[in-house]
Design a protein around this ligand. Structure first.
Ligand SMILES: [Zn+2]
Length: 47
């Protein structure tokens, strides 16, 4: 429960320090590959 943020945080690649940061902004933000993979696998039910 504690891991659940009140708003969806998504990692993004920072252009300045080339590190991954978290942001709550979704406008024009692209999900990194590992994040899309994670959500895709979450959608599907393991069979
Ligand atoms: Zn940065």
């Amino acid at each position: 429960m504690a891991e659940q943020a009140p708003f969806p945080l998504r990692p993004y690649r920072c252009e300045l320090c080339r590190a991954w940061h978290l942001t709550s902004r979704t406008k024009g933000m692209r999900l990194p590959r590992f994040e899309t993979e994670r959500r895709r696998t979450q959608k599907q039910t393991a069979s």
